[in-house]
Design a protein around this ligand. Structure first.
Ligand code: WT7
Length: 659
């Protein structure tokens, strides 16, 4: 028997055809695949025509020095002009760009603001003038550490307008994390706010900035502070030789006239830090022309955006790449009207917002969907969500059961679900159904988008072919790809391009089913080896979640004397299942054996109240492995809630099963 790179275990026969009217009026039809295959560069050039250019490019792609790509070589453009000014000039200034919804509710009334494209243009111009006054010049880096308020979008676009690359640091990160990012990209200006609202309370941001600035010596010249909560802040104003400047002092009074410069297509747009396997975070560099073409095209095609009628909502925080590509740059370049929400998904609040703003396109993460599944469908069932016509998922594999729940309960059975695979590094969606073309399979991201070349290969970089599992790779450059790691070309090559010459290796395992559709199987670092079979965490987790009592599951491989590694599972039960009953562990083990076979039957299952997740919702399996192997639990500083591991350890009583 030839050893498979990754076993192909699960079978799924459900299919969902696109709704007929959506298919008929879809922005992108099936012919796009052939057209892109016939001439990839011409295809992306057409996507770039969606943008306004100062000077048109001379060459679509320069790939003469791989892995360093240049797209739309010789072209010039301004990202902020493409996201804002051009819509105003085209007569759409009164169209709402952002329906912003604040978290606090006062006397039953939410704190909201509607911002039109014309208003956004004025705000971005004023902020660009204010930043210039603070000495920010083209090429300077600006760090942004803010809550989900409109000013964060204004700040990003003002930087883009000036050609000053921004680095947005998620507001939930610590002062240390902020300091290391400020240092790595040598930012002289930080934009922040006094605080933001989280779970009903004002939570401070400025003290973390003060601490971070302190740690970075003389690097930071100015801290520009938006007043959001009105809470007390330690203030060191310019009058007393300090760095702090209020946003309302310098932005509100600035001129709304700002002449934008056209920047080179390859001018840096932003740096987004993402954690690596070694301690030092990687500064993913995205540049202007290719990134904007890639995000604008994919936002329009994957979400079938009709800018005149759709109300789009991506729930991601702006501190993650999803917030950059699919809340700021893609949707605004497309002139979309969208919702932006300040808070966290407390019970019915999201659905209230969908109902109030008649949201038509909704994009969120599987971790949120599974949390809602756990709470039960009664909550979303209490709202009118008939406006929805399309649902998206991103961040992790969506288990078939969560997909079906999302489709049925949130989408009323009408809406296609697009499971979109991509990464901070890829900048744009790479693998996804096209909603007017693809008959979706629950749990599969389906195919590479037109113009994208993805494959699944074995250890020798040979395509595994249909029906087999292996490593997900990308064969051809794409417009929004990262250009390098900030200040570290060598690490860029080593991290992504060294495993097999000429192939970008994404770090994910995947399988091709009998039709050649792609199923993501999780990070290859998480793959388990049980009696010589390589098993993916995703498939076993999906089998567990398909049991009616289970809301969420995480699986790790723990050292085992007989089988090398053994499957250990951690499960969260649905609220409706209570404590699951006495035989829950045996019931679930049998269920996995039935769904995918005895080889995948967990040796041990722990019912837990929570799972350890990063702030972007990814399960930290490394910590669960420590529990499964009875070790001291490792570094928990990147957990969203660091007390979760204590809860899990206190549950560590269930004895290993016999067989
Ligand atoms: C990793 C990238 C892409 C923006 C958010 C996360 C996993 C992402 C999917 C999906 C299966 C997915 C992969 C990928 N991932 N989307 N639809 N199906 N896995 O960005 O933090 O850079 O993480 O997230 O493992 O490599 P990121």
């Amino acid at each position: 028997m030839s050893e498979q790179t990754l076993s192909n275990l699960m079978h799924e026969d459900r299919r969902f055809e696109p709704p007929a009217d959506l298919a008929e009026n879809a922005n992108v039809k099936a012919e796009a695949y052939d057209r892109a295959d016939a001439d990839r560069e011409a295809f992306w050039a057409e996507a770039a025509e969606r943008l306004d250019w100062g000077r048109k490019w001379d060459q679509v792609l320069d790939w003469s020095n791989p892995p360093f790509a240049k797209w739309f070589v010789g072209g010039t453009l301004n990202a902020a002009v493409n996201c804002v000014d051009r819509h105003v000039e085209a007569g759409r200034g009164d169209k709402v760009a952002l329906h912003w919804v604040g978290e606090p509710i006062h006397d039953g009334v939410a704190d909201t603001r509607d911002i039109t494209y014309a208003q956004l243009k004025d705000e971005v111009s004023k902020a660009a003038n204010a930043l210039t006054e603070l000495g920010v010049q083209k090429g300077d880096r600006v760090a942004i550490y803010m809550p989900m308020i409109p000013e964060v979008v204004v700040a990003m676009l003002a930087c883009a307008r000036l050609g000053a690359p921004h680095t947005v640091v998620f507001g939930g990160f610590s002062a240390d994390a902020l300091a290391s990012r400020i240092t790595d990209c040598e930012a002289h200006v930080v934009i922040t706010s006094d605080g933001g609202y989280r779970r009903g309370a004002a939570s401070a941001l400025k003290p973390a900035v003060d601490e971070a600035v302190e740690k970075t010596g003389d690097l930071v010249r100015n801290v520009l502070v938006v007043r959001r909560t009105g809470q007390d802040v330690d203030w060191h104003g310019r009058e007393e030789g300090g760095r702090d400047v209020w946003w309302h002092d310098v932005v509100d009074n600035a001129s709304t006239d700002h002449e934008p410069e056209m920047h080179d297509s390859e001018h840096p747009l932003y740096v987004m830090y993402t954690s690596g396997t070694t301690g030092k975070p990687k500064g993913i560099l995205h540049t202007t022309g290719g990134y904007l073409a890639g995000t604008s095209y994919t936002h329009w095609s994957v979400f079938d955006l009709k800018p005149e009628t759709d109300v789009y909502w991506c729930t991601a925080d702006v501190g993650w790449v999803t917030g950059h590509s699919y809340m700021v740059y893609g949707p605004l370049a497309n002139g979309a009207t969208q919702v932006m929400y300040e808070g966290t998904p407390e019970k019915g609040r999201w659905w209230q917002i969908v109902q109030d703003y008649k949201v038509t396109i909704f994009y969120t993460a599987p971790t949120a969907i599974r949390t809602f599944m756990k709470q039960g469908r009664e909550i979303p069932d209490g709202y009118d969500m008939s406006s929805l016509r399309l649902l998206g998922s991103v961040g992790e594999p969506i288990n078939p059961e969560a997909y079906i729940w999302y489709r049925e309960v949130i989408g009323g059975g009408r809406c296609p679900v697009v499971d979109t695979w991509w990464q901070t590094e890829t900048g744009q969606i790479m693998i996804s159904p096209l909603p007017g073309v693809t008959a979706g399979k629950p749990g599969s991201a389906m195919k590479a988008l037109p113009g994208i070349s993805a494959d699944v290969v074995d250890d020798e970089a040979r395509s595994v072919g249909n029906g087999n599992g292996g490593y997900l790779v990308l064969r051809e450059p794409w417009p929004a790809m990262l250009r390098t790691l900030w200040g570290d070309d060598q690490r860029f090559k080593d991290t992504y391009w060294s495993r097999w010459p000429g192939l970008y290796f994404a770090g994910d395992g995947a399988k091709l089913d009998e039709d050649g559709d792609i199923w993501l199987l999780g990070r290859v670092d998480d793959v388990m080896n049980v009696s010589g079979h390589r098993l993916s965490t995703t498939e076993i987790e999906s089998a567990l979640v398909s049991h009616p009592k289970v809301a969420e599951a995480a699986v790790v491989g723990a050292a085992d004397d007989t089988t090398g590694q053994a499957v250990c599972a951690f499960v969260i039960l649905r609220d409706s299942a209570g404590d699951g009953g006495e035989d829950i562990v045996e019931e679930l083990r049998k269920h996995v054996a039935k769904e995918i076979g005895a080889i995948a039957k967990p040796r041990q299952i722990m019912v837990v109240p929570e799972l350890p997740k990063t702030r972007s919702g990814k399960i930290m399996r490394r910590l669960l492995k420590d529990v499964a192997e009875h070790r001291e639990v490792g570094d928990v500083t990147t957990l969203a809630d660091s007390t979760v591991m204590d809860l899990i350890k206190s549950k560590e009583t269930s004895a290993p099963a016999e067989d």
